[in-house]
Ligand binder design. Structure first.
Ligand code: ADP
Ligand code: ZN
Length: 288
């Protein structure tokens, strides 16, 4: 059976045809412009490929409530042209196939759980730290959603005692994303993260905030593995400091061998998949 998969991102749409074994058979990359420019190219690629279902991992926010009448509609994104665009309905209408949509981060979690660094566990969380902070999760093979989708990047955090930065989230100012996403690092220190690589203070503070996020996710979701990706996590020194802070902040309260100093290196890990993670995860959605 042939299946369609789309990784719908803020800068590009990666479109692929795959099969029900999870193999990608053909792929095209289309720049994200206005829907009226991008979408006809998407339809053109998939037309006459004989796909029977489509899976999409999309930027958001996007409505994932199957009973609300606007399933798969993009919500209030800064990408103005896409606000209220009914992505799932339009694809269904043009290609005449059932469409399954999820968030880009849920799809990344799904991909890691099937083919990446979480194939040996039932429950995992994927967090990206980049232009924003977003996280998705897989529990027993299915991504987590409900009311709509989780917004784990916007949880509240305790301020670092040496930090007077006001925060950069347009909605909450000093939420986790407002304090620790790439643009917050740049606004606080006056330079992009990549130029601050040699300043330990920057990464200690960054780890302090990200670890608070992880500790909250551990309390709420109890994931058996946490995968951290995104541009900011290219600073590999973050991993060690985050692991130390997580153990310190949990203070022994959650008893699991995975959360000990000996094993935490296998608990908080970088992604196992790189280039095709998004589009493969979208294929995974169509396979279900
Ligand atoms: P996006 O979130 O838009 O998909 P990225 O995950 O690449 O894209 O995140 C971009 C953010 O990550 C920017 O704020 C950038 O400054 C930061 N960033 C990218 N590469 C690095 C790096 N090597 N070290 C530190 N920060 C980085
Ligand atoms: Zn926020």
């Amino acid at each position: 059976m042939k299946l369609g998969a789309i990784e719908a991102g803020g800068t590009k749409f990666v479109c692929a045809v795959g099969n029900d074994q999870g193999e990608i058979l053909g792929k095209v990359v289309i720049p994200t412009e206005a829907p009226s420019i991008t979408m006809p190219k998407v339809y053109e690629f998939f037309k006459s490929k004989g796909i029977e279902r489509m899976g999409i991992g999309s930027f958001g926010p996007i409505d994932l409530n199957e009973n609300g009448g606007s399933y798969g509609t993009i919500q209030k994104t800064p990408k103005i042209d896409w606000v209220d665009f009914p992505l799932a309905d339009e694809i269904k209408k043009h290609l005449n196939v059932p469409v399954i949509v999820d968030t880009d981060v849920n799809v990344a979690a799904l991909s890691e759980s099937r083919w990446g660094n979480a194939t040996d566990v039932d429950t995992c969380l994927y967090i990206t730290v980049g232009t924003g902070i977003g996280a998705g999760a897989v529990v027993n093979g299915a991504t987590v959603k409900g009311l709509s989708h989780p917004e784990m990047g916007h949880i509240g955090v305790r301020r670092h005692k040496e930090d007077s930065f006001e925060g950069k989230c347009p909605y909450h100012k000093d939420c986790l994303e407002g304090m620790a996403a790439g643009p917050a690092i740049e606004a606080r220190w006056g330079k992009a993260g990549v130029e601050l690589a040699d300043d330990p203070q920057v990464w200690d503070m960054e780890a302090y905030y990200l670890a608070q996020g992880l500790v909250n996710y551990i309390y709420v979701l109890s994931p058996e593995r946490i995968i951290m990706g995104g541009g900011v996590m290219q600073q590999e020194q973050l991993f060690g400091r985050i692991r130390e802070y997580v153990i310190e902040m949990l203070n022994g309260y959650v008893s699991s061998p995975r959360l000990t100093a000996d094993n935490i290196d296998e608990y908080i890990v970088p992604p196992g998949l790189t280039n095709e993670a998004g589009v493969k995860g979208a294929l995974g959605l169509a396979m279900d």
